[in-house]
Each structure stands twice: as structure tokens, then as C-alpha cells.
Design a binder for this molecule. Structure first.
Ligand code: UDX
Length: 429
């Protein structure tokens, strides 16, 4: 098939490269010339394992990037993968995708048939009430509309796209559904995911429900973990046992300092905001957010029990929102550093890849090039990201002025800490 993907961000570039890999002819449209030329030169504009390999394989063949919206006229299906950033109040800002929808509508003015599929995360009603009228403004009923949400994780986006548990086709009619099935046919035949055929608003909601559920699952295990800590119980032993019940499932039961990233915080707030606009206040989801805000405070309070924080040098191990990325968006390290500063402590940050990004957020604090350097002379240490390298720290703790370690991710093995009188506290164990 001939497919266009509008927007070459992390979702757009991943799906464009994967569609080309399915055997489709793909046109990637982006207003940023630098991104367009990077793709055309066979390079990935973002870092995702496996992506640059796919782009370099297909750039001179089935994958072409352009700044020209008119190029989508020669294709059959267009995916809109434009950003929907958060407003201050948590609602989503649809201005970028609205402009994209308008431009797609203009260039398809004289088309006989075309399917436009919204890939971006938008609150229920947006596709049909806001975007479809713009897309159909000139070509009208010649255009079919679909909504196909994405469940990619940062760091495993290509693998998640190529081996999904499910694909969701939200459509307004049969022909849009058939087109989506044709696009995904190679994947459906090869990996046999569940295919969910549903309405457009349902598809929009499935994306939010998916992320809200996962974020809440973590907050629930954090809530249980906080109870465990009060009773001196190891929450991980409890989680391992309840995870054996296949109605609960073992994944996403790692308790600790909470969830961050570009999706969970934004999507949970957006759906709370959208519900509230309809007159419903989702208490459970609000609690999930509240618990997530609580965890960094509990981490710092736990440290405060052992360390006089005012004037203390505190090593903050891990700055990225999760291992495997330099992304610090909504990283729990941000509130941790804030809280330490409020207590008069001097946080010293270390992360294998995210120091550059965190320096923009907190230019005033010290950063080091190794965990060992951060620990040297420190009066306490907190672990915020579960990077594997922290699991191998042993003698480095002996360099601390006062070996107090509060682990927010259960990555340090207390028995491996070489220093005999070290204090090790797990946030929920
Ligand atoms: C998430 C969803 O998984 C993905 O489907 C969606 O499309 C985008 O949002 P991502 O943000 O890349 O993906 O990260 P993910 O690996 O899901 O982790 C999110 C956060 O939850 C991280 O901060 C992680 O540390 C935390 N987490 C995860 C826990 O605290 N405990 C767990 O058990 C799992």
C-alpha cells in the first residue's frame, strides 16, 4: 500500500519505518527539514533500539521523507502522528494536530477516496468532533476516518510495534476498517495479535484506559508497599505472591518511587481533566496521581530519619525516568531533587546518560561522571532509577562520609554493600 505518516516524532518515525518494513511504500511528512533530511539519509532522528537499522534499510527504497503535505495525495492512507502536549491544567493542547488535520484536508480536496487515521493520543470525541470536520472540510465524504492508538514504550518502541498484544481499529465505517486491516495485514498474519474492531471514541478511550490502568496498578502496589513498610514487611515478596494469581499478573508490580515519563503522567491527568469537564471526578485515578506524588516525599522522609539533611551532600543515583533512556520528563528524580533542596541538602546527581538533560532542569546542582564519584564524601544516597550498574555497587559505598542508602527501586543488594555499618532502607521493603 501507499501510506503517509504525518509527524516524524517518536511514534511517527517508528511506525513509518515499521510500515516500510511490512512492504508498504511510506511517505513521512514533517515540517522540520533537519528531520526529513536525516530520514532520507538513512538515519533515525530519535534514539530507539532497532530504528536506525530499519531506516537505513528502507530510506533509499520504500521510505521517503518530505516537508510537502501535497505528497500524501499519491497515497491511500494517512496516519496523523502529531504531538498533543499537555496544557497547564492537564488538558491536551490539540492545536498542532488540528493544524495538521487542516493541511491534510486541504491537500485531499480533490481526492476520490482516502482514509485518515488518528494515531496521536486524543481524548474521546476529539477525532470525530474536532479533527474529522477539518479533514473532511474540502473532500467531504470521500474521506474515511479511523483512530488507531499506539502502546509503544520508550526504549522498546520498534519491538512493541512489531510484536503487539493487540491492535485497535476504531473506525466509523466498513471501508476504513478494511483499509486498516490491509495496512496491518503483514503483522496480523505473522504475529497474530488480538484485533480489536471498535468505534472511534472507544479507540480513543482504550488508549487512556490502558495507560490509566497501568499507572494505577503501580500506584496501587506503591500504596500496598507503603503499608508493608509500616509493618516491616517486604512488599516484593507480597507482590511476587499476588502476581501468581493470573487475574492480577506479575508485571507492573514493582513498587518504589513511582512512575514518570512522557505518557503516564500526561495521559492520566488528561483523562481526569476530560472526565471532570463532563461532570465526573475520577477518584481512583486522582488517588493514583496523589500516591505517585507521595512516593518521592516518602523517600526523602526516610532519608531524613537517618541523615541531618540541612547542609548534607546527598548522592542522587539515577536521573532518567526509567533505565535505558536519557528522558527525564516527569522523572521522579525531579521532585526528589526539589525536596532535598527544600530541606537544605546539596543533591549531587549521577546518571549514565541523562545528566545533560537534568542539567537544563537543575543547572545549579553538581553532577558527576560516575556513581562512585557521587558517593564519595556523601552523607546519604538515594536510588531513583533502576539502572543495572547500580546493582554492582559494593565497595563504592565505603567512600561515603556516612553510608546511608535509601533505595527507591530495589536495585541495590544490601548484602553486597561492603561497608559493615551501612544503613540500607528500601522504600517499600
Ligand atoms: C508507557 C506505556 O508502557 C506504553 O504502553 C505507553 O504507550 C507509553 O507509556 P513508557 O512511558 O515508555 O511507556 O514507560 P514504562 O516502561 O511503561 O514505565 C513507566 C514508568 O513506570 C517508569 O517511570 C517506570 O520506572 C515505572 N514503573 C514501571 C514502576 O514504577 N513499576 C513498575 O512495575 C513498572
Amino acid at each position: 500500500m501507499d501510506i503517509s505518516v504525518v509527524g516524524s516524532g517518536y511514534v511517527g518515525t517508528t511506525i513509518a519505518a515499521c510500515f516500510a518494513d511490512f512492504g508498504h511504500e511510506v511517505t513521512a511528512v514533517d515540517i522540520d527539514e533537519a528531520i526529513v533530511s536525516e530520514i532520507n539519509n538513512g538515519k533515525a532522528p530519535i534514539h530507539e533500539p532497532g530504528l536506525s537499522g530499519l531506516i537505513s534499510e528502507h530510506a533509499e527504497g520504500r521510505l521517503m521523507a518530505t516537508t510537502e503535505y501535497t505528497d500524501i495525495q499519491d497515497t491511500e492512507v494517512t496516519f496523523l502522528a502529531l504531538p498533543t502536549p499537555a496544557n497547564e491544567d492537564g488538558s491536551i493542547d490539540t492545536s498542532i494536530i488540528e493544524t495538521g488535520a487542516e493541511r491534510v484536508g486541504e491537500v485531499l480536496a480533490s481526492t476520490d477516496s482516502h482514509t485518515v487515521v488518528v494515531k496521536s493520543t486524543v481524548v474521546p470525541g476529539t477525532t470525530q468532533e474536532v479533527l474529522a470536520p477539518k479533514i473532511k472540510s474540502e473532500a467531504g465524504e470521500a474521506i474515511d476516518i479511523g483512530m488507531n492508538p499506539e502502546f509503544l514504550r520508550e526504549g522498546t518502541a520498534v519491538q512493541d510495534f512489531l510484536e503487539p498484544d493487540k491492535v485497535v481499529f476504531g473506525t466509523e465505517n466498513r471501508s476504513a476498517r478494511i483499509e486498516l486491516q490491509k495496512v496491518f495485514r503483514p503483522l496480523i498474519d505473522e504475529v497474530n495479535p488480538a484485533v480489536v474492531k471498535t468505534g472511534i471514541s472507544e479507540a480513543e478511550m482504550i488508549k487512556y484506559a490502558n495507560n490509566a490502568f497501568l499507572a494505577s496498578k503501580i500506584s496501587l502496589i506503591n500504596d500496598i508497599g507503603n503499608i508493608c513498610k509500616e509493618f516491616n514487611i517486604d512488599a516484593y515478596e507480597v507482590a511476587d505472591a499476588i502476581g501468581l494469581d493470573n487475574r492480577i499478573e506479575a508485571k507492573f508490580l514493582r513498587s518504589g518511587v513511582g512512575w514518570g515519563g512522557s505518557c503516564f503522567p500526561k495521559d492520566v491527568r488528561a483523562i481526569i481533566n476530560a472526565a471532570s469537564e463532563q461532570g465526573y471526578e475520577p477518584e481512583m485515578l486522582q488517588s493514583a496521581v496523589n500516591i505517585n506524588e507521595l512516593q518521592p516525599r516518602r523517600l526523602v522522609e526516610l532519608l531524613d530519619k537517618h541523615v541531618q539533611l540541612d547542609g548534607a551532600r546527598i548522592a542522587v543515583l539515577g536521573l532518567a525516568f526509567k533505565p535505558g533512556t536519557d528522558d527525564i520528563r516527569n522523572s521522579r528524580a525531579i521532585p526528589v531533587i526539589d525536596l532535598l533542596q527544600q530541606q537544605g541538602a546539596d543533591p549531587v546527581g549521577y546518571d549514565p546518560v541523562a545528566v545533560g538533560n537534568m542539567t537544563e532542569q537543575f543547572p545549579e546542582i553538581e553532577y558527576t561522571r560516575s556513581a562512585e564519584e557521587a558517593l564519595t564524601g556523601a552523607d546519604g544516597a538515594v536510588v531513583v532509577t533502576d539502572w543495572d550498574e547500580f546493582a554492582t555497587l559494593t565497595t563504592e559505598f565505603s567512600k561515603m562520609n556516612q553510608p546511608v542508602i535509601v533505595d527507591g527501586r530495589r536495585i541495590i543488594e544490601p548484602d553486597d554493600i561492603a561497608e559493615e555499618d551501612a544503613v540500607y532502607e528500601g522504600l517499600t521493603w
